[in-house]
Design a protein around this ligand. Sequence first.
Ligand SMILES: *[C@@H]1O[C@H](CO)[C@@H](O)[C@H](O)[C@H]1NC(C)=O
Ligand SMILES: *[C@@H]1O[C@H](CO)[C@@H](O)[C@H](O)[C@H]1NC(C)=O
Ligand SMILES: *[C@@H]1O[C@H](CO)[C@@H](O)[C@H](O)[C@H]1NC(C)=O
Length: 341
Amino acid sequence: MATSSPLFFSFSLLLSLPLVLLLAPRLLSPKTLPPIPAANELQDLALFRRATLSSSNLSSSDLHSTRPKIAFLFLTNSDLSFSPLWELFFSSHSSLFNVYVHADPSTHLLLPQTPSFRHRFIPSQPTSRSSPTLISAARRLLAAALLDDPLNSFFALLSQHCIPLNPFPSLYHSLLSQRPLKSFIEILADEPSLHARYVARGDLTMLPEVPFPQFRVGSQFFVLTRRHALLVVRDRRLWKKFRLPCLKSRESSCYPEEHYFPTLLSMRDPAGCSGYTLTRVNWTESVDGHPHLYGPGEVSADLIRTLRKSNSSYEYMFARKFSPSCLEPLMELANTVILKD
Ligand SMILES: *[C@@H]1O[C@H](CO)[C@@H](O)[C@H](O)[C@H]1NC(C)=O
Ligand SMILES: *[C@@H]1O[C@H](CO)[C@@H](O)[C@H](O)[C@H]1NC(C)=O
Ligand SMILES: *[C@@H]1O[C@H](CO)[C@@H](O)[C@H](O)[C@H]1NC(C)=O
């Protein structure tokens, strides 16, 4: 297995500590930016970093680059079937991104051997719907990316079913050229099911930290600034509530990962958020909370162009959900449509 090297093992030990320990105040004092891990942890991370650097062919200009990077955080419980498409997306931009993968260890997925994904798996815990485990996994990815590379400036959460809709430079430009830098996270109020979801853990459980008027919903798939990624991993006040299990009788209203991030960021820094997601999804005829799953017969240049368009002035950068069998038609469109403006 790709992750069994001794160097990676020491990194594993560090990140498999409960997140609560990893993010203890001693490590992430609110007064010191960026976080200062203990000396032996820094050493472990430096070893991880050197191991990953030497395993890829980076030029010396890449190594000395100080340009901000995008951290791509893949949250998955099955094979990363689209890694060849992502490699095309990443190619020739190696100094401007890092990949991190959180793979549910109870699912034995194939480790992609393509350069951007090899050795990029972080120590992970099982994940399941209707539980706070998807929040934990996203927080673990954010913590790993924050500690790994101080140049990581934006943190994009994606799944194995996500695809890029635009070339890397378009994404980089639309994130990094904003003034001021904002997070792209959907933040909605006034949704019909919001109250049922608020009381999923019990009528008064969220109080006093989260009064109902401040409770929000939004897509789990976000792109956060470094400042907001730090805000999330340091948070204990709201996490204490959102990590509580839902009542058995109210499990059909239990989607913690769609509430924690939008609620936290809208309470703490609404002006720093765009309020929308960059990941397009198709909820037409959704079944059991699952959006439309595109099959290979639906993939076309027109579909890609349609999915990019929003009702506003921005373009979507990613889309989901695509079934693994879409890889071939997507690869055929990569150079002529997806990665071409
Ligand atoms: C690095 O480059 C060498 C020679 O060009 C090649 O054989 C090797 O596979 C490359 N390694 C990686 C990790 O891309
Ligand atoms: C959304 O999904 C429906 C099927 O549920 C499909 O008919 C429609 O074409 C899809 N829309 C887009 C924009 O892909
Ligand atoms: C645009 O607005 C229409 C009407 O409100 C809505 O049905 C559609 O889903 C929206 N499209 C996107 C991409 O948000």
